[in-house]
Design a protein around this ligand. Structure first.
Ligand code: NAD
Ligand code: DAU
Length: 332
């Protein structure tokens, strides 16, 4: 019976990963360490909260004492915990540097003082920066351009250094843009889907022609699991969906699916330092035998339907603190 220490497991991808793990494997224990920031939500884990294999611990990955205690019983660490929203990192970068860098460092320090089998650092395709043509391979230089992606790059390389210097069994994944259930409605797809359901404006930054590669969250979870079991220690693995879309294409897709008028689209001031296009080359994982399962349109339809059926989940979020944040946003 392996014990997984999943950090940031109450967020979007972390909670999907916990569902994935407990659903796929009978013989796992999962300890979810999460600070429950604005992005952490225990409603995401209601279906597993009484599962005897699951335990939630409220706490900070920067808390050395707590991290040391939890690490002592862990076989595998998967570090999702991070401040994850680019716009927030532009407004106030402090927590990004603290959690994404010092938090990763605290976990790695604890890992080097005990025995663990694997430490997976969940990095991002944003560490490469923007690319107009072609796509990035794992060995390309890193050129992050927002405080978010720079702090994620720091964590990515700190993790690598702990493999090289101390032999911590590190694996690093760099994934593209996820979509799916439990996605906090400040990010493009859940914000636009929920706004459209409510007949509210969809604020498109700049000309709407920025490109992202979209992957269904369950495919990301499956990719992480594959890397954990088959990856070479110290190595980096790109995980992409192979679905490059402009933000306008995404917006039009949502409008059409929900049968809403074009007039909901509004063009607003661009995000400062807005990366034009992200694109990663995933042939490394493909050669090893892994590829995403979901078709883009089928998974988008499933996602949109989830938001239609789970209005209570997102309405609860889109009130109080969330509204305060949006009132103070620089470009909304
Ligand atoms: P999220 O913002 O939805 O969730 C982050 C979680 O981390 C929350 O539950 C939050 O409470 C927790 N957290 C924050 N600070 C913490 C701290 N100091 N200690 C403990 N817990 C803390 O983020 P997400 O979209 O689920 O992303 C998860 C990870 O995947 C992040 O590391 C992100 O950089 C990476 N990633 C995300 C995407 C994407 O498209 N969302 C793509 C590639 C990589
Ligand atoms: O590429 C992986 C990254 O994807 C992750 O590492 C990040 O954690 C995750 O937040 C995401 O970053 P993006 O900045 O790409 O995602 P976001 O949903 O914020 O924006 C996607 C695109 O949509 C981007 O070009 C900005 C644009 N956008 C976003 C919002 C919220 C808009 O035009 N309007 C909006 O209101």
């Amino acid at each position: 019976m392996k014990t997984y220490l999943v950090t940031g497991g109450a967020g979007f991808i972390g909670s999907n990963y916990i569902h994935y793990l407990l659903g796929k494997y009978k013989d796992v224990n999962v300890v979810n360490l999460d600070k429950l920031t604005y992005a952490g939500n225990l409603d995401n884990l209601k279906q597993v909260e009484n599962d005897p294999r699951y335990k939630f611990v409220k706490g900070d990955i920067c808390d050395e004492k707590l991290v040391n205690e939890l690490m002592a019983d862990a076989d595998v660490v998967v570090n999702f915990a991070a401040e994850s929203h680019v716009d927030r990192s532009i407004g106030s970068p402090d927590d990004f540097i603290k959690t994404d860098n010092f938090g990763a460092f605290t976990l790695l320090e604890a890992a080097r003082r005990t025995h663990i089998d694997r430490f997976v650092q969940i990095s991002t395709d944003e560490v490469y920066g923007s690319i107009d043509n072609g796509s990035f391979v794992e060995t390309d230089p890193l050129m992050p351009s927002s405080p978010y992606s720079a702090s994620k790059t720091g964590a990515d390389r700190i993790a690598f250094s702990y493999f090289v210097t101390y032999g911590v069994p590190v694996l690093i994944t760099r994934c593209s843009n996820n979509y799916g259930p439990f996605h906090y409605p400040e990010k493009l797809i859940p914000l636009f889907v929920t706004n459209a359901i409510e007949d509210k404006d969809m604020p498109i930054y700049g000309d709407g022609l920025n490109v992202r590669d979209w992957i269904y969250v369950e495919d990301h979870c499956d990719g992480i699991d594959f890397v954990l079991r088959n990856g070479e220690l110290g190595e980096v693995y790109n995980i992409g969906g192979g679905n490059e879309k402009t933000n306008l294409e995404i917006t039009d897709y949502v409008l059409k699916k929900l049968d809403k008028p074009d007039s909901l689209k509004i063009f607003v001031k661009d995000r400062p330092g807005h990366d034009r296009r992200y694109a990663i080359d995933c042939s490394r994982l493909k050669k090893m035998g892994w590829k995403p399962n979901y078709d883009f349109e089928a998974a988008m339809d499933k996602t949109i339907q989830w938001y239609v059926e789970n209005v209570e989940w997102w309405k609860k979020i889109k009130s109080g603190e969330y509204m305060e944040y949006y009132k103070n946003q620089y470009n909304k």
